[in-house]
Design a protein around this ligand. Structure first.
Ligand code: NAD
Length: 248
């Protein structure tokens, strides 16, 4: 009998993360939603039922991460897939961004991704799991979008980290990939675009497909990268952006 696949999706209670959880569960992957919002976790559990597990954790509190992973491994036996999706944005003039602002964004979007990946990789190696880790960056990492300095720095770093991890861990059977979403319809993009019609017009104007992506589009890409269909793919940064990155 094949072992049940177990996945962790951070920030899986809303937006893109929720869509990834939905895709995983639909294919029978037991999925642990890690998030800091109890209400969202409860709603996910109610929506998806028995294959959905939840664990409350503020990932910016790095000291709690080893115990979290330990607890999940004790309970579920192993972890096959980690999706580092949780993230926060800050839209502010460059000169108004404080050191604390900058650090806060990096702590969640980058340092927590490193710390969680490190703990999960330790467990994968210990149990001989052929694992898959998927980081969620942003097309912001490749553009020069004004007023999102910390966010851009964090997402560019995630892409570099994906490649460094892939070279070190792929020989040990763990694939590391990254998805770079374009403009996807979620609360986060609504906050960034809805009060800024100029930015929204610019985003859509350079998107050949002409509309914002659906969170499920990222869910499909994550499911593919997590699956055996992607067993020879590692170290890639996959844009899922309706052509935004090549649009003129
Ligand atoms: P969202 O705000 O709906 O989801 C982010 C989730 O992360 C939330 O559930 C939030 O509670 C969780 N989270 C944030 N900080 C956390 C912490 N410290 N501990 C635990 N959970 C935490 O936004 P989204 O649009 O679904 O974004 C998901 C990911 O996709 C993010 O990494 C974001 O940067 C990336 N992204 C989104 C877009 C877009 O257009 N929506 C574009 C590019 C990249």
């Amino acid at each position: 009998m094949t072992k049940e696949k177990i996945a962790i999706v951070t920030g899986g209670g809303s937006g893109i993360g929720l869509a990834i959880v939905e895709k995983f569960i639909a294919t029978g992957i037991r999925t642990i939603v890690v998030g800091r919002d109890e209400q969202k976790l409860k709603a996910a559990k109610e929506k998806f039922g028995t294959l959905c597990e939840t664990s409350s954790c503020d990932l910016s509190n790095l000291a709690t991460i080893p115990a979290l992973v330990n607890e999940l491994v004790q309970k579920h036996g192993h972890i096959d897939i980690l999706v580092n999706n949780a993230g926060i944005n800050l839209k502010k003039e460059f000169t108004d961004v404080t050191d604390e602002d900058f650090q806060r964004i990096l702590q969640t979007n980058l340092t927590a991704v490193f710390a969680l990946s490190r703990e999960v990789v330790k467990c994968m190696l210990e149990k001989g799991i052929k694992g898959s880790i998927i980081n969620i960056s942003s097309m912001a990492s490749q553009y020069g979008i004004p007023k999102v300095i910390a966010y851009t720095a964090s997402k560019a770093a995630i892409e570099g980290m994906t490649k460094a991890m892939a070279t070190e861990l792929s020989p040990k059977g763990i694939r590391i990939n990254c998805i770079a979403p374009g403009f996807i319809a979620t609360d986060m993009s609504a906050k960034a675009l809805n009060n800024d019609p100029e930015r929204k017009a610019k985003a859509l104007g350079r998107t050949p497909m002409g509309y914002l992506g659906d969170p499920a589009d990222i869910g499909d890409a994550a499911l593919f990268l997590a699956s055996d269909a992607a067993k020879y793919i590692t170290g890639v940064v996959l844009p899922v952006d309706g052509g935004n990155s090549i649009g003129f």
